[in-house]
Ligand binder design. Structure first.
Ligand SMILES: Nc1ncnc2c1ncn2[C@@H]1O[C@H](COP(=O)(O)OP(=O)(O)O)[C@@H](O)[C@H]1O
Ligand SMILES: [Mg+2]
Length: 278
């Protein structure tokens, strides 16, 4: 089978409810809330009966496990090199909710021969889609090839920022690059650490002004998250699901309309063509 034929085998697998959906959470600047948002979205979805996997792709400061106080022994790189099974790299948070740490798995993967990349990605796809309704990627901040590939391939690319001007500028830069390089049009914006909805709306308007003028991207403002002092205490206690924060996340989830059919091209096809096209 040719590489192209193999790659087209990475078609979306149709599950009971139209297949696994992929969410990417990304930001220009670090420390704006990607990890806590990824976890909270996962928690919210798992509470509705969905099976959710978080892939912690933030290699520098992998902190999904730190927030939960659960330390993975093995990561995606071990899986790719045959040193661990998918089960062995999966850390359970609760019955329907789990995470895996990517380590430097995606980076290592890109260095392998193409046919090996294809078969590993296909295996990963099968395992993810047999076991989960949603896969959420917590990405590293900034504009890296891997982040751009993951965000561009996701069904739901979520950009998170705070009202800080540097974070806002970097969020716009990220959207602009992904739109320009990969022609991604639809982005979801979350504004975190706001004092009021008005503040969040202002941030959204300022980014929208730029995206409308200089890109072909469409930005949907799916909600704000209030700054909450008590969250820090919860994070220290490694039980990061704060009630008020979760309320804001439920609102975001309902605005995201996650039941809509995913894009026709599968997440893995997108990742594949971007990895192989390098
Ligand atoms: N809504 C919020 N209110 C108060 N503190 C927050 C809020 N969101 C995030 N934080 C704080 O910001 C820190 C960084 O969040 P985190 O999710 O780790 O960001 P990132 O993954 O983008 O680096 C957290 O440790 C938490 O203390
Ligand atoms: Mg993080």
């Amino acid at each position: 089978m040719s590489l192209n034929q193999q790659a087209t085998h990475l078609k979306r697998r149709e599950g009971a409810e139209g297949g696994t959906k992929y969410i990417a959470v990304a930001s220009g600047k670090g420390g704006v809330g990607k990890t806590i948002l990824s976890l909270s979205i996962g928690k919210g979805l798992s509470e509705t009966g969905k099976k959710v996997l978080i892939i912690d792709a933030d290699l520098g400061l992998s902190n999904v496990h730190l927030m939960l106080g659960l330390t993975p022994q093995k990561n995606l790189a071990h899986f790719f090199f045959g040193e661990a099974t998918f089960d062995e790299i999966t850390v359970r948070i609760d019955e329907r909710f789990a995470f895996i740490s990517s380590g430097n798995g995606i980076y290592e993967l890109a260095k392998l021969p193409k046919d090996q990349i294809i078969s590993l990605v296909r295996r990963l796809q099968e395992l993810a889609e047999e076991n989960y309704d949603y896969v959420i990627f917590d990405t590293p901040p900034g504009i890296h090839d891997d982040t751009v590939a993951v965000v561009s391939s996701a069904d739901f690319p979520v950009i998170i920022t705070t009202p800080e001007p540097t974070a806002v500028a970097d969020a716009y830069a990220l959207i602009k690059i992904i739109n320009r390089e990969n022609d991604v049009k639809d982005f979801f914006l979350v504004v975190n650490k706001v004092e009021s909805d008005r503040e969040g709306k202002k941030v959204y308007e300022s980014i929208r002004l730029l995206t409308e003028r200089y890109t072909s991207a469409q930005l949907s403002h799916v909600g704000n998250i209030r700054y909450r002092k008590t969250l820090i205490r919860k994070i220290i206690e490694q039980d990061p699901f704060e009630r008020g924060f979760m309320d804001d996340v439920y609102n975001i989830l309902s605005n995201m309309n996650l039941e809509v059919a995913p894009r026709r091209r599968s997440f893995w096809e997108g990742i594949m063509s971007r990895l192989l096209g390098r």
